[in-house]
Design a protein around this ligand. Sequence first.
Ligand code: AGV
Ligand code: CA
Length: 314
Amino acid sequence: NLPARLPVLFDHDGSADDFISLLLLLTMETVELQGVSITPADCYAEQAVETTLKLLDLRQRSAVPVSVGHCHGVNAFPAEWRAKPRILNALPALINLPVDLARVDARPGAVFLRDKLAAATQPVTVLLTGPCTNLVHALELAPELVTQIARVVWMGGAVDVGGNVRTYNHDGSAEWNVFWDPLAAQRLLTFHLPLTLIPLDVTNTVPVDRAFLQALAQHAVHPWACLAGQFWATTVDTIPAYEYTYFMWDVLATSYLAIPDAFGLETLELSITPTGPSAGRTRRALGSGHWVEVARTVNQAAFYAYLFGQLTQP
Ligand code: AGV
Ligand code: CA
């Protein structure tokens, strides 16, 4: 009598840490991954599909269905960021793996998510590590399916800290996943589903620094630790270098599924700024009625220990 596993739908947007999140998710014995959809936000979809299929194959999970979203953000990611996943597909561990694009689900991401939610035999956890547009479109197609969602866990937002958008006419208060499509983010709040946000407030406390990468490299005999280390190594070239640190953005959000007790949460009323210089800002809004569970702290030692343990599995 095995304990019931947590059914999960995963929507990601193809950056390096989105793929490390996929790897991590595939190490979780407690998770039953029912589908992956891709948001063409911090990636170009054709590269992201390829990496997704290859990682599923490597983990012997080729039967997990994969779909691509046809959505467009209001505020596009920089092309240099979107093109970076090409490096992942050129790494020795991935470059020679065959890709069967016929395996990609013909339905657009939103329709795919809608159908997966409709077919679920118990409420599903939806993990989002990019913008929330695919899910919001799915719920626009079939709002009654909110009851099929046990919880949405979303890496996004910056509540009491500065954002990470640095672009023309923006005041820097927004986090990128929200900024890409602020209207979808605001719409997500209005569905009043159980929503846990993993914002920059908490991800800022878990950097991907050199000491971490050095520690991970000590475990490079383990294939998943090695691959994750290589993925992270593709992220250290940002200019200006002195300002740059990559954080455990998506990986922290993914870990929440397995180690929720390591997080400190607060339930807040939020609202999203739709347009203007603060577009995409997730601000406290007393009386908005949009209650969200916001992760504010994480037990760092517990998180890093969990990550190392999972990535050093056979
Ligand atoms: O804002 C964090 C989100 C996460 O989902 N993404 C990257 C993570 O996958 C956008 C982002 C912020 N800074 C970036 C980002 C950077 N320097 N390079 C690529 N993407
Ligand atoms: Ca992402």
